[in-house]
Write a protein that binds this ligand. Structure first.
Ligand code: KIV
Length: 259
C-alpha cells in the first residue's frame, strides 16, 4: 500500500489503527487483525533490546527490523522511525538515512521535532520520501524532558500548534502527537488537513498508535495511556483485533488514558 491508498482510508473518516511491529511473524498477525499502519518504532530499543531509552538504536538495526517486517507484511503500509543521530545533522544526512529505510521496505519515515525539522521535512518530501512528523513527548529528547506529558502550559501549547502548521506546510503527511492534553490534540487535529495519530493524546485524533508490547501486557510498567488488550483475549491476534475495533469505534482511548 502506498500513501494515496492510506490517505483515501483516512478521508473516509475511518480512524486509523497503528501498532508498533518489529518482526515478520507479528507483521502477519497484526495485518490479519486489521491494523492499518505497522510502525517499526525505535521503541524496539526498549521492547526488544532492553535499553531504558530509544537512544542507542542504530540505523542498521532499524534497517534490519524494517526488512523483517516487510517480509511478513506483503504490501501493507509500513512506517519506520529514523533513529536518534541519523537525521538531526540536516537534510542531507536525513535523506541518506531515510533512503536506507525505504530500500528496506518502509513506505514512510517518522522523525521527531518541530521547527528544527521543517527544512528537513521539505527536503525529504520534495525527493519523494513520505514523512510523518512527531510532536509532544519526543522520546529521543528524553534527556531534556524526561518521560512526562508535554505542552501543558499556554506557551508550549501555542508553540506546538505553530509547529504542527509549519510541518504540514513543509509537506508532512501524517503527524504523531504523543502525551499532550486531549483538548490540545483535538485543536491541532481540527486545524490540520493531514491526519493526526495520537498516543496519550486523547480520543479526537484521526487515529491511534500504541507500542505492541503494551497492548500485549508484556511491559512491566506500562504507560498510563496504554491498555492491556490481552485481558480477556484468546490469542495475540484476538488482542490486536480488539485494539483495532476499539480504535475504530472510538472506544479507545478512554478518559482515563488522556491528559
Ligand atoms: O517508537 C515508537 O514506538 C514510537 C511510538 C511511541 C509512536 O515512535
Amino acid at each position: 500500500m502506498f500513501m494515496p491508498q492510506l490517505m483515501k482510508k483516512a478521508e473516509t473518516g475511518e480512524k486509523l489503527a497503528a501498532l508498533t511491529c518489529y518482526d515478520a511473524s507479528y507483521a502477519r498477525i497484526l495485518l490479519r487483525a486489521g491494523v492499518d499502519i505497522l510502525l517499526v518504532g525505535d521503541s524496539l530499543g526498549m521492547t526488544i533490546q532492553g535499553h531504558d531509552t530509544t537512544l542507542p538504536v542504530t540505523l542498521d538495526q532499524m534497517v534490519y527490523h524494517t526488512t523483517a517486517v516487510r517480509r511478513g507484511a506483503g504490501n501493507a503500509f509500513i512506517m519506520a522511525d529514523l533513529p536518534f543521530g541519523s537525521y538531526q545533522q540536516g537534510p542531507g544526512q536525513a535523506f541518506a538515512s531515510a533512503a536506507q529505510l525505504l530500500a528496506a521496505g518502509a513506505n514512510m519515515v517518522k522523525l521527531e521535532g518541530g521547527a528544527v525539522m521543517v527544512e528537513t521535512v521539505e527536503f525529504l518530501i520534495r525527493r519523494g520520501i513520505p514523512v510523518c512528523a512527531h510532536l509532544g513527548l519526543l522520546p529521543q529528547s528524553v534527556n531534556r524532558t524526561g518521560y512526562r506529558a508535554q505542552a501543558r502550559d499556554d506557551k508550549a501549547a501555542l508553540q506546538l500548534i505553530e509547529d504542527a502548521a509549519n510541518l504540514e506546510q513543509a509537506g508532512a503527511e501524517l503527524l504523531v502527537l504523543e502525551s499532550i492534553p486531549a483538548l490540545l490534540a483535538a485543536e491541532v487535529t481540527n486545524s490540520l488537513s493531514i491526519p493526526t495519530i495520537g498516543i496519550g493524546a486523547g480520543l479526537h485524533c484521526d487515529g491511534q498508535v500504541l507500542v505492541l508490547n503494551d497492548i500485549l501486557g508484556l511491559t512491566e510498567k506500562p504507560p498510563r495511556f496504554a491498555r492491556n488488550f490481552m485481558l480477556g483475549a484468546t490469542a495475540i491476534e484476538d488482542a490486536a483485533r480488539r485494539y483495532v475495533a476499539a480504535v475504530k469505534a472510538g472506544e479507545f482511548p478512554a478518559a482515563e488514558h488522556a491528559f
